[in-house]
Design a protein around this ligand. Structure first.
Ligand SMILES: Nc1ncnc2c1ncn2[C@@H]1O[C@H](COP(=O)(O)OP(=O)(O)OP(=O)(O)O)[C@@H](O)[C@H]1O
Ligand SMILES: [Mg+2]
Length: 345
């Protein structure tokens, strides 16, 4: 494996990053590598350490341990060099509410010393590219959430950096805005940029990322392509919901005969990994019918982050992890050893 001495230029490489906030170990020896011109999805639930990792790699925050290089520059020894080569779009859009979209972008250009003319041209280009031309002369406070996120992303691109950090770029967006942003991000990588994207959505990582690192409690718990991760968690799921007076136990018994693993029951919804696609669905419906189990809805779906989490940690991504619980709360710590299955990737 490559050591840190000679990273290529558009590369991000981090080894053993540690960040401690009081009792909370936000990063606990995080390793990650993003090759030039690729997109890495850093996938994890609330409080997993995604923003902390981004803050450290973008030199906004110092690490308590480990080391990293970004575009060949050491985050500790050469933070100015790092900043010169990156664009950052934070989890909460950092745009000035009172300025127009155009003014926001133009101002960023000036901050990067692009000069008046160049800044203005970049601002117009980016507004156009992000479908904000029409809104460009309106104050940002009149923008929707999706427009703000697009403007924020545009801001990260003003100086045309080779490396981009996007912290949950689509959280809170409606499906249409999310799709629009996905297209833009995809295009960025087509143009050879290196992107580190954090997300809570398996679907997003699946769609955009070449490689995915799943983190929990500040450390990597799995790594691989979306297909690798899905294979790890057993591929597709059969999800079944029962009517209000449905027989959960009977449904569980029938489903267990067909599924690869024990069904997970949440209220009146049962989920289990299956193989065999549509044929399995037919088989399941026949079995429920034969056993007299009434079914309200049934379908196949792809694994979600929750499924990945459940398989890797024995708990769902949400359970006990509401993220904004603030500093010092004990539930941030490992209560059980986390299985490390990255070798399997
Ligand atoms: N300034 C801080 N002081 C104390 N604790 C912090 C601070 N910032 C983050 N933490 C804690 O560190 C852990 C990781 O937080 P971080 O914001 O990196 O998670 P995240 O993966 O970005 O979560 P989310 O998906 O909710 O954005 C959490 O337990 C959080 O409460
Ligand atoms: Mg975050």
């Amino acid at each position: 494996m490559n050591k840190l001495q000679l990273p290529s230029n558009g590369r991000i490489e981090a080894r053993g990053l540690v960040k401690q906030y009081g009792d909370v170990r936000a990063l606990d020896g995080l390793d990650l590598t993003v090759d030039e011109g690729t997109i890495l999805g850093l996938l994890g639930p609330n409080g997993a350490g995604k923003t902390t990792a981004v803050s450290i790699l973008t030199t906004l925050l110092g690490a308590d341990g480990g080391h990293a290089t970004v575009a060949g520059a050491d985050i500790r020894d050469a933070p100015t060099e790092v900043r010169r080569r990156i664009g950052v779009s934070g989890q909460y859009a950092a745009v000035d509410e009172n300025l127009t979209g155009y003014e926001n972008l133009e101002m960023i250009g000036r901050l990067y010393h692009l000069g008046r003319k160049h800044s203005s041209r970049r601002a117009h280009e980016l507004l156009e590219r992000f479908s904000l031309s029409e809104a460009g002369d309106r104050p940002v406070k009149t923008y929707s959430g999706g427009m703000r996120r697009r403007l924020d992303l545009a801001g990260a691109l003003v100086a045309e950096p080779p490396i981009l950090f996007l912290d949950e770029p689509t959280t809170g967006l409606d499906p249409r805005s999310r799709n629009e942003l996905w297209e833009v991000i995809d295009e960025l990588v087509d143009r050879g940029r290196t992107v580190l994207l954090t997300t809570q959505y398996m679907e997003e990582a699946d769609l955009l990322a070449d490689d995915i690192v799943v983190i929990d409690h500040g450390r990597q718990i799995a790594q691989g392509s979306a297909d690798d991760l899905k294979a790890m968690v057993g591929g597709e799921r059969l999800e079944l919901s029962l009517p209000v007076d449905g027989d959960v136990d009977a449904a569980r018994r029938v489903l267990a005969r067909i599924s690869l693993d024990e069904p997970v029951v949440t209220d009146r919804t049962l989920t289990a990994p299956v193989a065999g696609g549509a044929a399995t669905l037919t088989e399941a419906l026949r079995a429920f019918d034969a056993e007299g189990v009434a079914v309200r809805d049934v379908g196949l779906r792809r694994p979600t982050l929750d499924d990945v989490f459940l398989a890797l940690t024995g708990r769902t991504a949400e359970a006990g992890d509401t993220g904004d619980t603030g500093p010092g709360l004990p539930d941030r710590h490992h209560t059980q050893p986390t299985p490390t299955i990255k070798e399997a990737a």
